[in-house]
Design a protein around this ligand. Structure first.
Ligand SMILES: C[S@@+](CC[C@H](N)C(=O)[O-])C[C@H]1O[C@@H](n2cnc3c(N)ncnc32)[C@H](O)[C@@H]1O
Length: 397
């Protein structure tokens, strides 16, 4: 996602101003009804997902060059080509299966993955998309109809995780970072929950004594990390139930999670005071979640140790954890570059630039990680998923 940018280009249109005012009014109403305070988790849930009003529920552009941030599939079709290679390995092992993509954004990853799977003669029976945003769902439908008319009939949309068992692959790129997080402030003898109150027409942080559940969760995170008094960070209470719900119906297959994040020991280092909460608006990154509510994205990095624990709790095997760079290298991104460019040397040069953006450590290569969970696949040490074969970071979790 984008770097810091301030100043020009941040003026809001009249529609945005009135949309922002409606979101503020909803929040003020909720805060008043709750006695003057709501948790940050609730605030984040409302500003991202309130029906018709939240950032992901209403109709702003969001992803890609003209939007607020750019994801790996938006950077290059190479990402989807490599993901397709990984899906093909699993689908071949299973005999056949379904792909379920969660949070499909503009539909770019679906198009690129299906395109490559078709050329590999390894199409899934169906490509199912679970998407909360009605607006993005329409964009996905339009892109798939325009770019893959012959395959559009295979693509379906769901409102809720599948209820019937299926075999196949689950994909989620940059979805976990959009799950609402709880914010805390730690002291050696107590813990506070950082919530939200209304003030001066806007919103401010307001602390309250943490619940016993939060206090014990934070005590476990604090252990041995040398936090100073007043250390502030966040964690995602709904990560485990949410991942369990989306993986619940996978009978045999793999789930591939891609996101920016860290193993817990690095996430909660004493020097990372302030946590990882960040907002995106028109390709800029901002720290204040109370400006532009409903108009800017709010995200937090993923605690990959928590994701690995969720995997075990969901009766899955942790089949791999690596950086995005090693995931793409393991799936032959250089070969995919050749295949996409054909004899067009200019296209090859453009793809090489995109590959650098996806893979360089200072770009997306190290900050973004890939994690694989499998269920009922029986993959052993000798038969690893290729995306996880070059580098194994599971020991860091
Ligand atoms: C940051 S965007 C990433 C989009 C896309 N995967 C990409 O990489 O370009 C997050 C996506 O997840 C969707 N989303 C967020 N929370 C979700 C949830 N609980 N269930 C399904 N989709 C969700 C959003 O609407 C959006 O499509």
């Amino acid at each position: 996602m984008g770097g810091r940018a301030m100043g020009a280009g941040l003026a809001l249109s009249a529609d945005e101003v009135s949309h922002g005012e409606r979101v503020r009014a909803l929040l003020r109403q909720e805060i008043a009804a709750a006695g003057g305070w709501i948790s940050f988790e609730r605030y984040m849930d409302r500003v991202l997902y309130a029906p018709g009003l939240g950032y992901y529920s209403a109709g702003a552009r969001k992803l890609g060059g003209g939007g607020d941030f750019t994801t790996a599939p938006e950077v290059s079709s190479l990402f989807g080509a490599c993901v397709a290679q990984q899906c093909a390995e699993v689908l071949i092992e299973l005999g056949s299966g379904v792909i379920l993509e969660i949070g499909a954004g503009t539909g770019r990853l679906a198009v690129d993955t299906l395109t490559r799977l078709e050329s590999l003669r390894c199409l899934p029976e169906r490509y199912v998309i679970l998407e909360v945003s009605a607006d993005l769902r329409e964009r996905q439908r339009a892109l798939i109809a325009a770019q893959l008319p012959g395959l559009a009939a295979r693509v379906e949309w769901l409102d809720a995780p599948p209820s019937r068992p299926f075999d196949g692959v689950i994909l989620a790129n940059e979805v976990l970072d959009a799950l609402p997080v709880a914010r805390f402030r730690w002291k050696p003898t107590s813990c506070e929950e950082m919530g939200v109150a209304a003030a001066d027409g806007g919103f401010v942080w307001a602390a309250r004594p943490a619940s016993p559940a939060m206090s014990s969760a934070v005590a476990a995170l604090a252990a041995g990390n040398g936090w100073d008094e007043g250390y502030v960070s966040e964690y995602c209470p709904r990560l485990r139930p949410w991942t369990r719900s989306v993986i619940g119906s996978l009978r045999r297959g793999a789930a591939l999670w891609f996101d920016y994040g860290l193993p817990r020991a690095q996430y909660y280092l004493g020097e990372r005071q302030g946590g990882t909460l960040i907002c995106h608006f028109r390709q800029g990154a901002y720290e204040d979640p109370f400006i532009r509510p409903g108009l800017q994205d709010i995200t937090a990095w993923v605690d990959f140790t928590a994701l690995a624990e969720a995997c075990l709790a969901a009766d899955c095997e942790l089949a791999g954890f690596t950086t995005q760079a090693f995931f793409l290298a393991g799936l032959g991104i250089d070969r995919e570059m050749r295949a996409l460019a054909g004899a067009d040397e200019n296209r090859f040069a453009r793809l090489a630039n995109q590959a650098r953006r996806l893979m360089l450590p200072g770009e997306m290569g190290e900050r973004f990680k890939a994690m694989a969970w499998t269920r009922g696949m029986g993959l052993g040490v000798e038969r690893e998923l290729s995306g996880f074969a070059l580098q194994d970071l599971r020991h860091s979790l």
